[in-house]
Design a protein around this ligand. Structure first.
Ligand code: ADP
Length: 297
């Protein structure tokens, strides 16, 4: 199915091509009829050249955009297929084992735990895909209320500690002064949780993550998520926020993901009048993500 936006742009470029061809034909006929008038010829010739050049430039931009979109779709299908298939295959295997042969109590409980973890992973992937779709929907309104940011960050930390079975020392909180922001609590929670989950996921081995809140020049508040993990090369610091983008290399094949988490964080930041950026000294040297939001006085 062709989405309406894309259908419109394809129609525009087809019409543009048709116009360029008509102008070329008209000018050519004009040239035959008026070849004795050198001045007009020169004018029409320049017009033709300018039109053809702009047409080619616009078509090239369109083509490049389409190629990039195709690449993104390929990356998305690869990542998402894997992220959807693996937990389902794993749950199926455990269920088959439980169905076909007797399993002792301890192992059975272990199977149930693994299946629950797999279904959580599946749900998280589905939630990210749905959220990305909602973010892209034009004209979507923000259900904004006054939110206590420290409380929201604490909720996210509690969730992450339970989910990843981490101690308060492995996932620390440097609580700033009480600050309120105006926003959709569900979206803000998703953004902060994505940053925390990434910091844990990309911590090579030992998790040592610090989350903090701090006021910036009285107008903005920042949520800082700092890890001592894989780090990010300088050239990738901006790209990581693109939709479906994953830093290429061995890390991407070892640690699974869809490339949607940071895109969601950036979309949420923009919708709330804020921004997000990444800082890192390079591979292996950890990363800090800063989510900046306007303070509600
Ligand atoms: P995913 O984690 O599903 O791949 P994200 O959009 O959350 O997608 O992240 C995009 C990419 O940014 C990741 O693939 C990873 O390469 C890089 N990245 C994100 N967070 C971190 C982090 N804390 N440390 C190192 N790399 C990170």
């Amino acid at each position: 199915m062709v989405v309406p936006g894309r259908r419109r742009s394809i129609a525009f470029f087809v019409a543009l091509g048709a116009c360029v061809v008509s102008i070329v034909v008209l000018l050519y006929v004009g040239w035959v009829l008026l070849n004795w008038r050198t001045g007009i010829l020169l004018f029409l010739g320049s017009m033709l050249l300018a039109t053809v050049i702009s047409g080619v430039v616009l078509n090239t931009i369109f083509l490049v955009r389409e190629i990039r979109r195709n690449e993104q779709h390929d990356a998305f299908i690869n990542a998402v297929t894997h992220e959807l298939k693996t937990p389902v295959a794993s749950i199926r295997l455990y269920l088959e084992t439980l169905q076909t042969r007797p399993v002792e109590e301890a192992r059975r409980l272990e199977f149930y735990r693994t299946m629950l973890e797999d279904s959580d992973r599946l749900l998280a992937t589905i939630e990210q895909i749905l959220r990305t779709g909602r973010m892209g929907a034009a004209g979507r309104r923000l259900n904004a209320i006054r939110v206590d940011l420290n409380g929201l960050v604490e909720d996210c930390l509690e969730r992450a500690r339970t989910l990843h079975r981490l101690s308060p020392e492995a996932l620390r909180y440097r609580r700033g002064s009480p600050t309120a922001v105006v926003g959709d609590p569900d979206e803000l929670r998703a953004a902060v949780s994505n940053l925390i989950d990434n910091a844990i996921k990309y911590s090579a081995g030992k998790v040592n993550v610090t989350v903090g809140t701090a006021s910036l020049n009285g107008r903005y508040v920042a949520v800082l998520v700092k890890d001592e993990g894989a780090g990010i090369p300088k050239s990738e610091l901006k790209r990581v926020f693109r939709r479906f983008y994953r830093v290429p290399g061995p890390l991407a094949s070892r640690i699974k993901g869809t490339g949607l988490g940071l895109y969601i964080v950036r979309s949420v930041a923009k919708r709330h009048g804020g921004r997000v950026w990444a800082e890192s000294k390079g591979p292996g040297l950890g990363s800090t993500f800063v989510l900046q939001l306007p303070i509600c006085k």
